[in-house]
Design a protein around this ligand. Sequence first.
Ligand SMILES: [Zn+2]
Length: 405
Amino acid sequence: MTERLYHTDSHLTEFTARVVSVNSLDENRFAVVLDRTAFYPTGGGQPFDTGVINDARVVDCTSNADDEIQHIIEGEAPVTMAEVESRVDWPRRFDHLQQHTAQHILSQAFIKLFDAETHSFRMMDEYSEIDISLDSPSDARIKEVVALANEIVWQNRPVRVHFATAEEAAQRGLNLRKKSKRAGKLRIIEIEDYDANACGGTHAARTGEVGVIVVRAWERAKGMTRVEFLAGGRALRDYARANKAARDAAMMLGTPRDEAPQAVARLMEENKNLLRRTHALEEIALRIEAQELLAETKSNDKNVRIVARVFEERDIESLKRLAHFIADSTQCIALLGSIENKTARLIFARSTDTNYDMNNLMREVCAQIGGRGGGRKDFAQGGGQARDIHHLGEIIESAKRHIQD
Ligand SMILES: [Zn+2]
């Protein structure tokens, strides 16, 4: 069993220890067990500490079933029984203790305000998550919880560690927030006159060290409320990012930062109106275009006007609507195509008083250009490959001759 120095002092970073065992994992990696350590091994939702043992980097840290802590190191392996000097990376440890203490504070705030228990906790690289049994979450409720949590932070309450059974703790007025799965002596973390809970992690010495707690997002997940939070340095970095994003957006909109959302709403409304207007104008333009195309098309011997036309890079919606406007006239057929980067798109349509099968014609044409298409007897669409606009023009012309034959 490894003596866990962080159990009594989360702020201890430099320590000496004796090497119990060294196992080679590969040329440069070793699993080292010490008689005592300040390194926190992954567990309880909190990731491991990093640092050095002599000059070798500690790149991972785990605890096994025998309560032994294994330090995975890269570099020179120490000798069994030797005394080594070790140092835990403080910025990472401090970040972890800010997030972890914030979790205790938030979890108790959810209980005090809404009687909602914490079911799980995960600390990730960017943010942390807790799953809470809060049935009807809302921004207002989360705001209340965050306000109470930060009050506790700023009151700078002492955070104490006790080793006691749950009963002994209760006798001292420390009622545990959550029943522990462990029997016997527990490590109990007390936030003065606020919270007590059994926990093996690293915590602040006073709540003020947490700095600030923010909830960035929340959602319903697996019948619970999942709360995404950040504390201390993480909250500051996130504020800087969010502020930059908001200021960048505001600068583009030419408004003060906090008025950017209203400016975006106005812009979206304007855009909606413009789109409506554009659509109406497009309709007029397409109607005129259809009339012009029909005017320059001679009727064939069956008194049918066949408009055969190829466009460059015309979008399919506009092509479809043009075909419909042409087919709205009497005795008309529209054979329209568009080409973009050798990809051909085709729309065939006819007026209801003609009876040529557009679906059949489309299938035949598409087969010629290695594509696919089809539709109804009066309207069909398809596509394939064509070399260029002239090639597609020839294909449309041959479809036109097909109708005339
Ligand atoms: Zn804890």
